[in-house]
Design a binder for this molecule. Sequence first.
Ligand code: SAM
Length: 275
Amino acid sequence: MYLDCTFGRGGHTKKILERLSSKGQLVSFDLDDSAVEVAENIKHQNFRFIKTNFSKIDDFIKDNSLTGVLLDCGVSSPQLDDPERGFSFQAKGPLDMRFNQKQEFTCKDIIEEFSEKEISTILWKFGEEKESRKIAKFIIKHREKNSIKNTLELAEIIKAAKAIKTKKHPATKSFQALRMAVNSEIENLSVCLEKIKEKLIKSGKLVIITFHSLEDRIAKQTFKPKINFHEKDIPLIHKDVPDKFKISKIIYPPPEEISLNPRARSAKMRIIEKL
Ligand SMILES: C[S@@+](CC[C@H](N)C(=O)[O-])C[C@H]1O[C@@H](n2cnc3c(N)ncnc32)[C@H](O)[C@@H]1O
């Protein structure tokens, strides 16, 4: 039993299906309506697509039966390239940023309703944006006079707030942070990883691709051994011994891949195996 927790447009799913034996099963998840359309065109008797949040995998996978799980975090290129989804600071679009188009909460709610402190916390926590406070101040000042109508206006306000110049577009980190907040990405990832941890078979593997240091940290923390303070005093009974995992070093995309797909440049992959 294999899972692709982040179907996207099915790139990984199709590759897994090419190698799946007749006894293998693949279940893929995504929240995005556009993913559903692509998944419906994959005709394979051992494949099932479920439109749901990957934090709910245990609603569908009842046994501890997972041989391999793939998690490719973040936003997909087609989502980023569609201005109507509001993920891009380079094209005019609504302040949206939802993976799940049925979700009510959007980026507009943060920009219009959240306090200066709340906005700066989001930018700092999820974007590691050094000028988070200044950007939040500028957003609040601007919205007191005029509403912030679209992604380009927001990107301009962020640009005006920033004093530190970098190679990247000044709104890169803030847009990433807002997207992560809109979609509760860190919360969903932590819940999902805990469930995968339970449901992997021995020698089963999770492959996780992350784009943010917080995501990689959570993956490492979830699978590294927890300190057991009783270990020295009380002999452990076999059934209480927690599962152990081997966590690979970070695997970076090779230069050829980055030149074909520049968005891969900040990807970090780890393979985590249940021993
Ligand atoms: C980087 S893309 C995956 C691309 C995919 N590997 C491919 O080959 O096309 C991440 C996908 O995960 C989806 N996603 C993000 N958070 C999710 C969640 N909590 N539950 C289900 N899907 C999620 C997004 O909608 C997006 O389509």
